[in-house]
Design a protein around this ligand. Structure first.
Ligand SMILES: *[C@@H]1O[C@H](CO)[C@@H](O)[C@H](O)[C@H]1NC(C)=O
Ligand SMILES: *[C@@H]1O[C@H](CO)[C@@H](O)[C@H](O)[C@H]1NC(C)=O
Length: 453
């Protein structure tokens, strides 16, 4: 596929190199979609695209991990063969340290590195950022197996807060039991305004000074507030839903490869309802969630009679046994279980649905959408798609509680060239944009592809 290279002079000195990709480029690997959803690639050959967010001018900003932040802008509808419809990619910030997180707050662009949250001054009309950032949050644990830190801006009662997540030191990290470890948790930083002027720089928040929102969540890779009503009489705090990737338990004594192929479940955790519910423990590393009770009835018959979603202990600590894990005073169970090894990495709520031929169905307003990056150690593979989780939870027509909108067409060849969805963002016309890191693609899900998106 030919890329047109456009060089545009910005402010006479900075030369931004833009690249263009026309619509119609196929997916690297075949996908299947479920009616009424259609999928279209909007850009290819990117450097591990991770977190994505729209700016105020509807440019899609993307963290290309190990490269920087890039902006994607549609050319609009053309019928000219010499200037086809497509998308323009502009480099906003080159910085190989960005790992995943990205958010916009007014004229500030927030990104995460392994150890910090940075704020750049950002101009959506030129898709350009200040040369140097302010450090907003410092001392994030950077030495862990997972150093991606998801970001979420919260606006409430005239205050701006920033929520930030951290992962574990190791696959099974016993230090994460203790909230003071700073690992496998979500914290919240509030100040009015949280983001001061770029100059003079306010002192950064130190990671452990943030309010604890939840801990014991191995990799809280995606979190978002639902559209469920807030109960004001209870000093209400909106429901925050966090997707969690479970640990690999194949090396944990007492379990078998057959059992670990289908356990534990990945999870959807709910935090909130009231302020006093913040700071609870969700089990990692001690307690986890059953996906398939009958995965190995020969060697592990004790799980066969338990329901999907039951809490069980990995028996890493004699006190934190099965009975301890089942007590919701010790360990909060998930609100929904996802198939083991799905690897959920983002969650976004839809709505209110705009009236547009491209929007997702209006009846899906209030539902959650979750990216599944997909398994690396399950046979056969699973995930490699995007699912819809109808809300309120339990209202799903499917027994699972969620259903696929798009998935790699042949899971048996994954990862290969299969999509590995990571970041999600809704456009103003109600389409769902998705990044796929290992295939280097951005694509869009909508109801109609009659017109370029
Ligand atoms: C992406 O890169 C591959 C390998 O260099 C090339 O064959 C393909 O045409 C590129 N795709 C696009 C859309 O530029
Ligand atoms: C990336 O991080 C390294 C190590 O902290 C630092 O030396 C370097 O300046 C950073 N790069 C940029 C572009 O900020």
């Amino acid at each position: 596929m030919r890329l047109l290279v456009l060089a545009s002079a910005l402010f006479g000195v900075v030369v931004a190199q833009d690249t263009f990709q026309p619509l119609g480029v196929p997916f690297k690997g075949p996908v299947k979609t479920w009616s009424p959803i259609a999928a279209q690639v909007i850009f290819s050959n990117l450097t591990a695209p991770r977190g994505i967010v729209f700016d105020s001018q509807q440019n899609l900003l993307v963290v290309e991990r190990g490269f920087g932040v890039t902006a994607f802008t549609p050319t609009g509808i053309t019928s000219s063969p010499t200037s086809p419809s497509g998308w323009i990619r502009r480099v906003v910030i080159k910085n190989p340290n960005f790992t995943h997180g990205i958010e916009i707050d007014g004229n500030r662009l927030l990104v995460s590195t392994a150890s910090q949250v940075l704020a750049y001054k950002y101009d959506a009309s030129t898709r350009s950022a200040s040369a140097t950032p302010v450090v907003l949050v410092d001392n994030l644990p950077a030495d862990g197996e997972i150093n991606t830190h998801t970001l979420l801006v919260e606006k409430r009662n005239g205050q701006t807060s920033l929520l930030v997540g951290t992962g574990p030191l190791t696959n099974i990290d016993t230090t994460a039991r203790n909230a003071a470890s700073g690992r496998s948790q979500v914290r919240r930083f509030t100040e009015a305004p949280i983001i001061g002027p770029v100059s003079p720089s306010p002192a950064p928040f130190s990671w452990l000074s943030g309010q604890l929102v939840a801990y014991g969540i191995r990799n809280p890779a995606g979190f978002a507030f639902s559209h469920e009503p807030v109960i004001a009489s209870l000093n209400g705090y909106p429901n925050l839903y966090i997707v969690e990737n479970g640990a690999s338990i194949d090396q944990v004594p007492g379990f078998t490869p057959k059992f670990a192929n289908d356990n534990p479940a990945d999870e959807l955790e709910r935090v909130g309802g009231t302020i006093s519910n913040l700071g609870q423990y969700f089990g990692f590393p001690d307690c986890t969630t059953l996906w398939n009770p009958t995965a190995d009835t020969t060697n592990l018959p004790q799980y066969a009679s338990l329901p999907r979603g039951a809490q069980f202990s990995l028996n890493l600590d004699p006190i934190r046994n099965d009975a301890w894990c089942k007590d919701t005073g010790n360990n909060k169970p998930p609100s929904l279980s996802f198939q083991a090894h799905s690897v959920p990495l983002d969650i976004k709520f839809y709505g209110p649905a705009p009236t547009n031929i491209r929007s997702l169905p209006a009846t899906w307003s209030g539902d959650a959408f979750v990216s599944f990056r997909g398994s690396f150690n399950r046979d056969p593979p699973t995930g490699y798609g995007v699912v819809r989780v109808p809300f309120p939870l339990g209202a799903s027509e499917s027994k699972l509680g969620y259903s696929f909108l798009i998935q790699a067409a042949d899971l048996s060849v994954c990862p290969g060239n299969c999509i590995r969805p990571v970041g999600l963002a809704f456009g103003k016309n109600g389409q769902l944009y998705v990044s796929s890191d290992s295939t280097g693609e951005l694509f869009v899900l909508s109801q109609s592809l009659l017109q370029p998106v």
